[in-house]
Write a protein that binds this ligand. Structure first.
Ligand SMILES: Nc1nc2c(ncn2[C@@H]2O[C@H](COP(=O)(O)OP(=O)(O)OP(=O)(O)O)[C@@H](O)[C@H]2O)c(=O)[nH]1
Ligand SMILES: [Mg+2]
Length: 626
C-alpha cells in the first residue's frame, strides 16, 4: 500500500522522509516509500547523521544499514539515490547502500527480511531519462516547500497524478519537536544525530517560531497532545527494529505514513483555520527573500496587518565628529570626549570646597589621565610635557603597563596630581580681572602670581587672544587700529595666574618716541620680570616673522626667558599656507634654547587652536611652585 504524501508539510515531510529512510522501506515493496536523497542541505546532512545514529543504536543485524557518505558531494548522493531507486523497484523492502569502488561501480544491496540480493550498477552511466525526471520531480517537490501558499498542486513521483499538497505549519512541527526535548540531557546515546538535526532545524526556524502568536503556540503545546521530543526519539529508534507489519502499523499509528502527525482534532484545528494559514505564510515568508519596502507597506494595509508588521525600524546612530581644530570656544566644557572610560583607571577625586566624606572615586577622564601621565617621572624624563597633547593621552595611557600605574607611590602621585589638575582646569574658568597697568617698570605690580605675557607687533591680536582664552569677550579692549594697547596691562585669573597684555611694537598710530618707549618697556619687562613663566610671541600668519620680532626673541634668548611662538589669525590664511609658515618658523627655532615647542596656531575669531593653547598654558601654571 503506497504511503500518501498528500498532506505532508514542510517539517512533517522532512521528518517523514527521515523516518522512511530509517525504516528502510522501498518503493517497490508495496508498503514502503521510495527513499530519495534530497539535494545536499543542512537538513539532508542532519538526516544522514540521524540515520547513522539510528544504525548505531540497533546494530547492523537487520533493518537499515546506511553507510555514511564519505563526502557531502551532491552528485555522489544523487547517484547513490538513483542507483538505489532503480535497484529497489523490484525488491521487497529495505535499502542498504554500500559504497565500494569496483570498476567505477557501486554495490547496491536490497535486503528483504533475511535474503539479500546484490547487484552492481555502473554509476558512470548516465541515468535513464525516467529516473532523471523522477529525481528532478522529487527535488522540485522539495524546493517548493518554502513557498508562501498554504497548498499547491504537486505531481506525485510515484503515480504521476496531480494532488494538492497542504503545507503544515513548520513552526508547529518544530515547537512540538523541541518541547520537552532536553538538549542538555545526559542521555547522549543514540541521540547525537537527531539532536543535531533538531538543533539545525531549530536554527532555521527559530525566527519563525518566535513570530508565532503565543496563543496558538500554547494551543499546540498544552494538554495531552503535547509532543515529547524524547518520545519521538524513542519511537524512531524502536521503529528501526520493527519489522514488516509492525513497522507499518507503527507508521500508521503515529501518522507518519501519510505525512501528518497523529493528533487530536483540537490540534489540527489551528492548522486548518485561515488565520493560521496567514500566520504560516508570514512565518514562512520571513525566512525568504525580504520583500520590498513598497510591498510591505501595501501588505500592512491588509486585514492581517497586525501579523505582517515587521520589527521596529532601527534608530540611526548619531555620529558626532570632533573637529581636529578647536572650534569650541564658546563651550564651557573643558574636557574632551571620553569614550574609553572603562580603560581608564579609577582615581580618587578630591573635591574642593567639599567635606572629605564627599570626595569620590571615579574613572579618570582622558584629559585627567593626560595630567597624570605628564606628571609621571618616567614620562617626564623622556618627553617634553608640552609635546603631549590631551588627545594623545589615551594612547599613552594604554602604552603604560597597569602594574606600573598601580604601584603604591604612583597611586599617591595620581591622587595628588588629580587635586592639582582640578586647580589647573579651573584656571581659565576664573573671572578675568584687570588689576594693574604700567607705563614704566617701577609701576609693575608685585610678582605674587605666575605670569604669562603676550607680546607681538601691533594689531597682531594679543588682546583678542586673551579674551578668547578666558572666553570673556570685552574685558580686554581690542581694535582694528594698531596701537590701541599702550601700557602693560595685568589681568588676574582667579588667584592662580596672571595674564599680561603688552603694547605692540612695529607700525602703530603713535609717535615714534612713544613707540620706542613701549618697546623699551616691553624689553625691560621680559628681561627682568620675576614670576614671568612664559612669553607668547604672537606672529601674524599672513606676514610671518619681522625683524622686530627677531630682535625681541634674541633678547629673551640672552636672558633665558621662556617663550613660545603662536601664529595668529589662521582663519585668514589657507591651511596649507599656515602649515608652510609653521614649518618654516619651527625650522628656524629648533636650535633655540629658550623656545618652547610646539609652535601653536590659533584663531581668536574661529576658536581654532584655542583649547590647545589653553592646555599648554595651564600646564605652565601647574609647574609653578608657590
Ligand atoms: N580674522 C581675525 N581677526 C583677528 C583675530 N585676532 C584679532 N583679530 C582682529 O585684529 C584686530 C586687532 O586685534 P587686537 O587684539 O586689538 O590686536 P593687538 O595685538 O592687541 O593690537 P594692539 O593692541 O594695537 O597692539 C582686531 O580688529 C581683531 O578683531 C583673528 O584670529 N582672526
Ligand atoms: Mg592690544
Amino acid at each position: 500500500m503506497p504511503v500518501q504524501r498528500s498532506s505532508s508539510s514542510d517539517g512533517a515531510y522532512k521528518v517523514n522522509r527521515k523516518v522512511r529512510v530509517a525504516l528502510g522501506n522501498s518503493k517497490g515493496s508495496g508498503d514502503g516509500v521510495r527513499t530519495l536523497r534530497p539535494k545536499s542541505s543542512i537538513v539532508d546532512k542532519a538526516h544522514r547523521k540521524a540515520r547513522v545514529a539510528t544504525e548505531e543504536s540497533k546494530g547492523s543485524s537487520d533493518g537499515v544499514r546506511t553507510q555514511r557518505p564519505k563526502s557531502s558531494n551532491v552528485d555522489k548522493a544523487h547517484r547513490k539515490s538513483r542507483v538505489a531507486t532503480e535497484e529497489l523497484k523490484g525488491s521487497s523492502y529495505g535499502v542498504r547502500t554500500v559504497e565500494s569502488k569496483r570498476n567505477g561501480s557501486k554495490k547496491v544491496s536490497s535486503i528483504g527480511n533475511s535474503n539479500e540480493a546484490v547487484s552492481y550498477v555502473n554509476v558512470n552511466e548516465k541515468p535513464s531519462r525516467d529516473l532523471k525526471s523522477k529525481s528532478s520531480r522529487v527535488q522540485r517537490d522539495l524546493k517548493t516547500k518554502s513557498g508562501n501558499e498554504g497548498f499547491e498542486a504537486v505531481i506525485d513521483g510515484n503515480s504521476g497524478q496531480k494532488r494538492k499538497r497542504i503545507y503544515a505549519d513548520p513552526g508547529m512541527v518544530d515547537d512540538r519537536m523541541f518541547h520537552g526535548f532536553d538538549r542538555n540531557s545526559s542521555s547522549k546515546s543514540n541521540n547525537n544525530g537527531v539532536r543535531l538535526y533538531l538543533d539545525k532545524v531549530k536554527k532555521v526556524t527559530r525566527g519563525k517560531v518566535r513570530e508565532l502568536k503565543d496563543s496558538s503556540r500554547n494551543t499546540l503545546l498544552t494538554g495531552s497532545n503535547k509532543f515529547n521530543g524524547s518520545e519521538f526519539l524513542d519511537k524512531k529508534i524502536r521503529r528501526g527494529n520493527t519489522e514488516g507489519a509492525d513497522k507499518q502499523k507503527h507508521v500508521q499509528e503515529n501518522g507518519l505514513g501519510n505525512g501528518t502527525w497523529k493528533t487530536s482534532d483540537k490540534r489540527k484545528t489551528p492548522l486548518a483555520t485561515k488565520k493560521d494559514l496567514n500566520q504560516r505564510n508570514y512565518a514562512v515568508g520571513s525566512v525568504e527573500k525580504p520583500r520590498k519596502k513598497k510591498d510591505q507597506g501595501k501588505k500592512s494595509l491588509g486585514a492581517d496587518s497586525d501579523l505582517t508588521e515587521g520589527p521596529p525600524p532601527k534608530k540611526k546612530k548619531r555620529v558626532i565628529r570632533i573637529d581636529p581644530h578647536d572650534v569650541s570656544n564658546k563651550r564651557l566644557d573643558d574636557g574632551i570626549a571620553n569614550n574609553e572610560v572603562d580603560s581608564l583607571p579609577k582615581v580618587f577625586f578630591l573635591q574642593f570646597l567639599a567635606p572629605p566624606w564627599r570626595w569620590k572615586t571615579r574613572s579618570a577622564s582622558s584629559r585627567e589621565c593626560f595630567y597624570m601621565i605628564i606628571k609621571m617621572p618616567h614620562i617626564l624624563s623622556n618627553k617634553n610635557d608640552n609635546l603631549i597633547q590631551p588627545r594623545q593621552s589615551n594612547e599613552i595611557w594604554r602604552s603604560i603597563s597597569i602594574p606600573e600605574i598601580n604601584k603604591k607611590h604612583d597611586d599617591l602621585l595620581l591622587f595628588l596630581l588629580t587635586g592639582v589638575r582640578l586647580i589647573i582646569l579651573q584656571v581659565f574658568r576664573n573671572k578675568l580681572e584687570f588689576f594693574a597697568a604700567a607705563k614704566i617698570s617701577s609701576s609693575f605690580p608685585s610678582p605674587d602670581l605666575p605670569e604669562i605675557a603676550f607680546a607681538g607687533r601691533s594689531n597682531v591680536g594679543k588682546s583678542s587672544l586673551l579674551n578668547a582664552l578666558t572666553r570673556q569677550w570685552g574685558v580686554v579692549r581690542t581694535s582694528d587700529k594698531p596701537g590701541l594697547t599702550q601700557t602693560i596691562n595685568f589681568f588676574k585669573l582667579g588667584a592662580k595666574l596672571s595674564l599680561v597684555d603688552l603694547p605692540g611694537y612695529g607700525f602703530a598710530y603713535a609717535k615714534e618716541e612713544v613707540k620706542e618707549a613701549w618697546e623699551e618697556l616691553v624689553k625691560e619687562y621680559v628681561t627682568t620680570r620675576v614670576g614671568l613663566k612664559r612669553v607668547c610671541v604672537l606672529v601674524d600668519t599672513k606676514w610671518g616673522m619681522k625683524p622686530r620680532d627677531l630682535e625681541l626673541i634674541d633678547l629673551m634668548e640672552r636672558f633665558q626667558t621662556k617663550y613660545q611662538i603662536v601664529l595668529t589669525k589662521t582663519d585668514l590664511v589657507f591651511p596649507i599656507d599656515v602649515a608652510r609658515r609653521a614649518m618654516q618658523i619651527e625650522e628656524n627655532f629648533k636650535a633655540k634654547k629658550s623656545a618652547v615647542q610646539p609652535l601653536m596656531m590659533v584663531s581668536s575669531k574661529t576658536g581654532a587652536g584655542i583649547r590647545s593653547l589653553r592646555t599648554v598654558l595651564a600646564n605652565v601654571a601647574r609647574l609653578v611652585r608657590h
